[in-house]
Design a protein around this ligand. Structure first.
Ligand code: DC
Length: 219
């Protein structure tokens, strides 16, 4: 069967990575979490005491960053496993800030395109269908209401035994969306040829089945 490229974009905490991982497993495709790469830049800035708003400082850091996305799903930065560290709240907000810089985007988009060469890949992020893989055979724009996204994140936190404040989560998600949709370079938006899926009232299995149908129409 033909191996296609799949782009999944959408706002923060819309469940893109969960769906992308499940579809990748079904199809035996490679899943690439591009948000994790922006998170690595923010994490590295924190480690080096560089302010997220310091564009020049962040640009300098890129020269010393080696990001590896391993097939087992772990993320390594300069040979250190940073998979769990890059999920911290401060890193989420930092990633949304540093992702507005041209140097950061060029650096990571080049890497993402290299990784996606040859097809059989699913990438999720904000600019996959509009910039990174403009020619992807299948583009999905995955959305859900803010209430729904915040509630899912809140439940996940509680299941993990973490402190969680629903209103704070809602505010953080809204702020990131606002930043990601309004930056000058490659803002989050639905590609003209993307299929929009509102997952607010859908189960995971329903979303996956829908995506698998869309894949079947294209291979
Ligand atoms: O998908 P995520 O929540 O892990 O992404 C973290 C931040 O990284 C997000 O708020 C904006 C940025 N990002 C981006 O600008 N472009 C991408 N393709 C992926 C993420």
């Amino acid at each position: 069967m033909k191996k296609i490229s799949i782009a999944i974009d959408g706002p923060a905490a819309a469940g893109k990575s969960t769906i992308a991982k499940m579809v990748a497993k079904n199809l035996n495709y490679t899943y690439i979490d591009t948000g994790a790469m922006y998170r690595c830049v923010a994490y590295y800035a924190m480690k080096n005491h560089i302010d997220f708003e310091d564009e020049t400082g962040i640009g300098e850091l890129l020269k010393n960053m080696d990001i590896q996305m391993l097939p087992d799903g772990t993320v390594h930065l300069n040979h250190e496993d940073v998979t769990t560290y890059i999920r911290e709240n401060e890193v989420s907000m930092g990633a949304s800030i540093v992702s507005k810089y041209a140097a950061v985007r060029t650096f990571l988009v080049d890497k993402q395109r290299q990784m996606a060469q040859g097809g059989g890949v699913i990438l999720d992020g904000r600019d996959i269908g509009t910039v990174v893989l403009k020619d992807a055979e299948l583009k999905i724009y995955q959305i859900a209401s803010i209430e729904c996204r915040a509630m899912r994140r809140h439940k996940e936190n509680i299941e993990r035994g973490l402190d969680s404040d629903l209103e704070a989560i809602k505010a953080e998600i809204a702020q990131r969306d606002e930043q990601d949709m309004n930056r000058a370079i490659s803002p989050l938006k639905k590609a003209d040829d993307a299929v929009e899926i509102d997952t607010s009232d859908m189960s995971l299995d329903e979303v996956v089945a829908h995506v698998m149908d869309l894949v079947a129409q294209r291979v």
